[in-house]
Ligand binder design. Structure first.
Ligand code: B12
Length: 342
């Protein structure tokens, strides 16, 4: 049982510290605050960058600022930091601890030490576990979590509720300089493989049609494409996942080798006009008579260009998407099912 608020003012942390916290944490001074960040770091043993990261990620604590932007922590906020630390030392992830501290604060604090550890949302908890494992390059913890995830619901639920938000968060942290490119690669490789395995499990070997999936040639973003592949496999298609940065030549090669019913391309970074024209032209040629579909966050500005080249654009809604795909594949098969090369 965690007792984060027990004896709160004079709480001296006696458990093993978090990995990024110096040990041991010194006792709090008697002052009533407000405190500047370096004082809070000293009082709680939580380093300044971690205090800033907790504030940015979880809004805990949320100190006031002076006119010149310096953080000023109240005594209550110092206690929140201590509670966070105690909960983390006791095995909670930082995200879980933050939510719990927030709940306790909303209820006026649990000073009698009888606070119950929250029954956390299993999807959020899995996300937090994955993120912790990724941050520490902890392959064992990552694998253990992935194994559990296999039993947490339908494959698309597991993807939408755990894999996608985790990869998205890794991307955000990478963009903000809080995660290294190595951690991003570690996450993308392992969670990408997990999702491709789910695709394999969901799709049957005698699936109606193969769908080749690739991201635009200059684009490293592939999370949306992974989600699409999984969805397609649950719809009875067999995805052939080529992944990020797939040039037109690779699409041509796949079209010639596997005779898919559809090519699905993802674009997140909208290419500038000339490059877009060149790529779309090349993709259209590479697909030949095979219908091709483009989606992703960067598709809208080039939708017209795609349609002018005979491509389809994601309608942005799953039921309509499924219907468009079905219709396109059926229409291309009617004249000659063997067609699909140029
Ligand atoms: C994760 C991420 C990354 C990861 C990608 C890892 C990976 N393996 O995918 C990494 C860290 C590598 C990365 C790199 C970069 N990124 Co980035 N990244 C993101 C981030 C955080 C999340 C994107 C994501 O995964 N979304 C979740 C998925 C599920 O959503 P989605 O892709 O839109 O997909 C949905 C639909 O669009 C649809 N869909 C997607 N594809 C398809 C295809 C078809 C056929 C269909 C039907 C549907 C469909 O399905 C999904 C279901 O809803 C966004 C910011 C954000 N908050 O969104 C920035 C963001 C996309 N990145 C951005 C940028 C600028 C970059 C970099 C250029 C940064 C840099 N300075 O190097 C590089 C790009 C390198 C490159 N050449 O591509 C910008 C793009 C701005 C713009 N519009 O031009 C964003 C918006 C961040 C920002 N605010 O500035 N990034």
């Amino acid at each position: 049982m965690y007792k984060p608020y027990a004896n709160h003012v004079n709480l001296i942390m006696s458990r093993a510290p978090m990995s990024d916290a110096p040990s041991p944490a010194p006792a709090a001074p008697a002052a009533a605050g407000p405190f500047r960040i370096h004082a809070v770091a000293e009082m709680t043993g939580i380093p300044e960058p971690t205090l800033r990261a907790w504030e940015r990620r979880y809004g805990i604590p949320a100190p006031e600022r002076t006119a010149s932007g310096y953080r000023l922590y109240s005594l209550e906020e110092v206690e929140q930091v201590r509670a966070m630390r105690t909960a983390c030392d006791g095995g909670m992830s930082a995200a879980e601890a933050a939510r719990w501290v927030r709940e306790q604060a909303a209820q006026g604090g649990a000073s009698d030490g009888k606070a119950v550890v929250p029954g956390s949302d299993p999807f959020e908890s899995a996300q937090a576990t994955l993120l912790d494992a990724i941050e520490r390059f902890d392959e064992e913890a990552l694998e253990a979590c992935l194994r559990q995830m296999m039993f947490m619901g339908h494959s698309t639920t597991v993807f939408d509720q755990i894999v996608s938000p985790t990869l998205r968060e890794v991307g955000i942290r990478w963009h903000e300089g809080e995660m290294s490119i190595a951690q991003e690669h570690f996450a993308t490789q392992r969670l990408g493989k997990f999702t491709r395995d789910l695709m394999q499990l969901a799709s049957s070997s005698n699936a109606a049609s193969k769908v080749v999936l690739g991201a635009f040639a200059d684009d490293e973003h592939e999370v949306g494409l992974l989600g699409l592949g999984l969805r397609l496999s649950t719809w009875g298609f067999r995805p052939i996942f080529l992944g990020a940065k797939t040039p037109p030549g690779a699409i041509r090669n796949a079209v010639e080798s596997v005779a898919p019913g559809l090519v699905a391309l993802s674009v997140t970074l909208t290419p500038e006009r000339a490059r877009a024209r060149e790529l779309i032209d090349d993709y259209a040629n590479a697909c030949g008579d095979v219908p091709w579909l483009v989606g992703g966050a960067g598709v809208r500005p080039i939708a017209k260009l795609i349609e002018e080249h005979g491509g389809l654009v994601d309608p942005g809604e799953p039921v309509a998407l499924r219907a468009i795909i079905r219709e396109a594949i059926d229409a291309s098969r009617k004249p000659n099912p063997k067609k699909g090369k140029k």
